[in-house]
Write a protein that binds this ligand. Structure first.
Ligand code: NAI
Length: 708
């Protein structure tokens, strides 16, 4: 027997224990071990029933995700096939009781459903989350779950991917009993109670499969829901197809359909991209010169300077994680406004059921408003979120330096300013770091952590850990203008504007990128963030623009007309009272007029060109950032884009998308744009080199990691 699985006995009940820490994943060796155990149980006349349980903190939390990549790259053959193993369990001559604690997800739930009975600790959760990785259950999950839970619930679970509680699972018949207290003892007693009685096989059950007439509206509604809420994703639709097969075909035929659909998903670019993002979110936590053992500065209290849009959101993110916050403003009116916004946001969360009233009241108690720096000497960390402007930031950091205790972290939420210059206003540049949150800061998952020249490693390690604690993905970036995300976003939005000026409609540009999978089109995004932000920055830096290099003109003109976007009721679009975007013929007319004045030739522009121009602008700038070392790895850029800029996870991020498309193809297209549009499109040297060498950005990052 494999040492990952143990077989013991409690008198006449056999106990199979899976011990594959930390989460008892179904790695090679586990199915083999279970298979051997079932055979022994069948052959042992002293055994009347069996219990299968997970050792440690959970039942089987799922498949070993690393194995998927090995299968698609041909590096591994599956060992004992999982599907036949499940049949062997179901065909066991003694009843097998699955005892679930922690989580039974994916392959774990499929395993559990092959047992004759399922009992669980009340805190357990079950689910088929495969769609989140672009997959569907591949070992009978889409066939057994509708038989246990009914078609509607199974569709919700397999297509949506969200877990359910043990109580819910009991209600829907996935579980047979909840066991308070000792799970193993309860499961053994349950097994003894069912020993010798005919054991139900899930695959033979039909009573919950419904009729074609009952199921048709369920499937139709699920497909519509998936198309809307999981836009562009193939896995939810495949999962629904597989469950439809469960209702129409025999179990064996249904499994065959599931197998085919699973393989299609597994070998799809979507699944590979989602798995890349899954591992990427873990990878970004690794910083080569800041090892795991780096000491962490305990952050038990914090202060936030500025209670505006960002300061308020940052305060919420901190207190939500239980960290008390001293919130400082310059005057009472601004402080009251900031607090009122926080209260309004919390009230909305309660209304939507995200938080309870009690949770919110406790959070609000953790916020201590102030107009002075009194008390700053006690906090472990300060996050500054005052107006964007170097003189003001320096003044604030000077105050922080004078008022904060030694060892406190001094962070700035600046989105454009130089962290080293801000740090120069203090006597302790090693304590200064950028923590660039994204709006709304209490919601958006991304946190760009900006490393200054002198930033201490303990300060970096602490901010990376803090990001996790407040439910964010921290990505370490270097100190360049716009850091990583906004630096790339500039060329992306520039191209969107150019395309409009060359003849594409506003809706065509946004529509093409929305269809590509972006959460929002680039022009609508501008309206949301405020067109005036970029306009003001451009005005300040105009003297740095190279003469003769084309600059977008439409957005500046819109701002000159007072069209700042949503906040002024109009920008690229008009907005109604509910802030819904309405195409504005006035803008279309004006843009044509401005283009004529600037002698920009008008032409038909395809959706493909729109996507290539905008996305490859991201890629080309990303390649420069990577080469200059402002991002540690290509995947770091991908994680920034997926979590902070609405880039579709199923395309893996801009750098992964370019790798998947093939860098040669990307490079050739960028060369074309270079010829057509001039120097703004000069291919990044790294892109050129990798394209010529037939390599990918991922290869480059791997080579660099190996060299470090
Ligand atoms: P905001 O204008 O909404 O808020 C700034 C607040 O700081 C105001 O309430 C102001 O009264 C207060 N303030 C000014 N001086 C102060 C001082 N000495 N002490 C205490 N409070 C002071 O600005 P917003 O949008 O929140 O931006 C803040 C920072 O965050 C800026 O550096 C900005 O670049 C950055 N940022 C903004 C993002 C956004 O989407 N709005 C996104 C990411 C970063």
């Amino acid at each position: 027997m494999s040492d990952l699985v143990q077989l013991t006995k409690d008198n006449d009940v056999a106990i199979i224990t899976i011990n594959n820490p930390p989460v008892n994943a179904l790695s090679p060796g586990v199915p083999e071990g279970i298979s051997d155990a079932i055979e022994q149980i069948n052959n042992d006349p002293g055994v009347k029933a069996a219990v299968l349980i997970g050792g440690g903190r959970t039942f089987v939390a799922g498949a070993d995700i690393k194995e998927f990549g090995k299968i698609t790259s041909g590096k591994t053959q599956r060992g004992v096939a999982f599907l036949p193993l499940l049949l062997r369990i179901e065909d066991c001559r003694k009843p097998v009781v699955m005892a679930i604690h922690g989580t039974a997800f994916g392959g774990g739930l499929e395993l559990a459903m092959a047992g004759h009975y399922r009992v669980a600790a009340p805190s357990a959760q079950v689910g088929q989350p495969e769609v989140k990785l672009g997959l569907i259950p591949g070992a009978g999950g889409t066939q057994r779950l509708p038989r246990l839970a009914g078609v509607a619930k199974a569709v919700e679970m397999c297509a949506g991917g969200n877990p359910i509680t043990a109580q819910d699972a009991l209600k829907f018949g996935i579980l047979d009993r909840l066991i308070e207290g000792d799970l193993l003892a309860g499961a053994v007693a349950f097994a003894r109670g069912v020993a010798g009685k005919p054991a139900p096989k899930t695959r033979e059950r039909k009573e919950k499969l419904g009729t074609a007439a009952q199921n048709a509206p369920i499937f139709a509604a699920a497909r519509e829901n998936a198309r809307k809420k999981q836009r562009g994703l193939m896995a939810p639709l495949a999962a629904i197809d597989a469950m439809e097969a469960a209702t129409k075909l025999s179990f064996e035929e249904g499994c065959e359909t599931e197998r085919k659909l699973f393989a299609e998903c597994l070998f799809s670019d979507q699944s590979k991209a989602l798995i890349h993002v899954f591992f990427g979110e873990r990878e970004v936590a690794k910083i080569p010169d800041v090892p795991k053992e780096t000491p962490i500065i305990p952050v038990n209290s914090a202060a936030v300077v500025g209670a505006g849009t960002m300061g308020g959101g940052i305060t919420m993110a901190l207190v939500n994680a239980g960290i008390p916050v001293l919130l400082k403003e310059t005057d009472q009116a601004a402080l009251d406004r900031g607090l009122a916004t926080i209260q309004k946001n919390y009230a909305n969360s309660v209304k939507r059921g995200r938080f309870t009233q009690q949770f919110v009241e406790e959070r609000l108690k953790l916020i201590k408003p102030t107009l002075r720096y009194d008390g700053f000497d006690a906090v472990d960390m300060v996050i500054e979120a005052v107006f964007e402007g170097m003189a003001l930031k320096k003044e604030v950091f000077g105050e922080l330096d004078r008022n904060c205790k030694p060892g406190a972290i001094l962070a700035s939420n600046t989105s454009t300013l130089n962290i080293d210059e801000i740090a120069s206003a203090t006597q302790r540049p090693q304590a200064v770091i950028g923590t660039h949150f994204f709006s709304p800061a209490n919601v958006m998952r991304l946190l760009e952590i900006v490393r200054g020249k002198a930033t201490g490693k303990d300060v970096i390690a602490t901010c990376m850990q803090l990001s996790k604690k407040i439910g964010k993905v921290g990505v370490l970036v270097g100190n360049c203008r716009g850091f990583v995300g906004n630096r790339m976003f500039g060329p992306y939005r520039r191209e969107a504007q150019f395309l409009v000026e060359e003849g594409a409609s506003v809706e065509a540009v946004d529509g093409a990128l929305y269809d590509y999978g972006m959460a929002m089109g680039p022009l609508a995004t501008g309206d949301l963030a405020g067109l005036d932000v970029g306009w003001r920055i451009r005005k300040e830096y105009r003297h740095l623009e190279k003469p003769g290099v084309r600059q977008p003109l439409a957005e500046d003109r819109l701002c000159e007309m007072g069209r700042y976007g949503q906040k002024s009721g109009a920008g690229w679009y008009k907005y109604d009272a509910e802030r819904r975007a309405i195409p504005d013929p006035e803008v279309a007319k004006l843009v044509r007029q401005w283009a004529a004045e600037a002698v920009i030739q008008q032409r038909q522009i395809s959706a493909q060109e729109i996507v290539d121009r905008c996305i490859y602008a991201l890629v080309n700038e990303g390649a420069r950032i990577l080469q200059e070392g402002y991002a540690l790895r290509a995947v770091d850029i991908d994680i920034i884009y997926v979590n902070g800029y609405g880039f579709p996870a199923h395309r893996g991020g801009p750098m992964w998308y370019a790798d998947t498309t093939g860098l040669k193809k990307v490079y050739d297209r960028i060369r074309e744009f270079h010829q057509q549009h001039g120097e703004l499109w000069e291919p990044a040297p790294l892109l050129k080199r990798l394209a010529e060498e037939g390599k990918t950005f991922a290869d480059f990052s791997k080579d660099q990691g190996a060299a470090a």
